[in-house]
Design a protein around this ligand. Sequence first.
Ligand SMILES: C[S@@+](CC[C@H](N)C(=O)[O-])C[C@H]1O[C@@H](n2cnc3c(N)ncnc32)[C@H](O)[C@@H]1O
Length: 218
Amino acid sequence: MSAPILQLSGFFPRAFTPLNLWIWQKLEDSCLEADAALHSWKARLFGNARGVVLEIGAGTGINRKYLGYPVTYLGLEPEPNSYLQLNAIADTAFCAVAESIPLPAESVDCIVCSMTLCSVKDLSLTLNEVYRVLRPDGRFLLIEHVGAPKATWLRSFQRLFRPACQCLDRGCRPDRDTAEALRSCRLVMEDFTEFQLKLRGPLIRDWITACLIKPEAS
Ligand SMILES: C[S@@+](CC[C@H](N)C(=O)[O-])C[C@H]1O[C@@H](n2cnc3c(N)ncnc32)[C@H](O)[C@@H]1O
């Protein structure tokens, strides 16, 4: 079995200790818990993915099971221990970050992600990369938790705890304005849904699912 690796802010100091194994397992358990809670949302959203499908921040490949059609499944995951598990189930896996996707322009039909845009270091770079690798008319399907509305107590609480979350939970920023970033990127929003679901304690409450399209003539 691969050595467990804990991400502490930025990327992964490689400390192969029982403590890190324990924390890594806790993070995996919380992903499984979130997966169970989001099951019907994910099935509806990711069931539409077709062709060559790239998942960014794929973790261990937990979302592979939702891809209803026969697809070519490419997974991208920077955390080495998760990557090794992803590599066992993906057609091709990349140990890389979403800010720099190791694929040619216009090479995938669909990009999917869940609980990843909160974690990437640079969201606008990530959205540029999504745009670059998608074929014209390709889809970006995502389900993400987002920051609470501005000037609310929950938002202040999220901002207060952001450094701890970033440090302990693979870069997660609970107060990120992901919806705003999606609206101002070059992809076109086709579907957008907001909902609330409490997961991982009081910090995470607001969620979005979205389908964005890369316009044909771009
Ligand atoms: C909360 S986990 C979600 C994992 C999986 N998508 C799921 O829904 O269970 C966030 C994932 O994003 C990955 N991640 C963090 N920074 C990233 C980056 N810059 N590019 C791509 N993935 C990143 C983490 O390693 C982790 O696997």
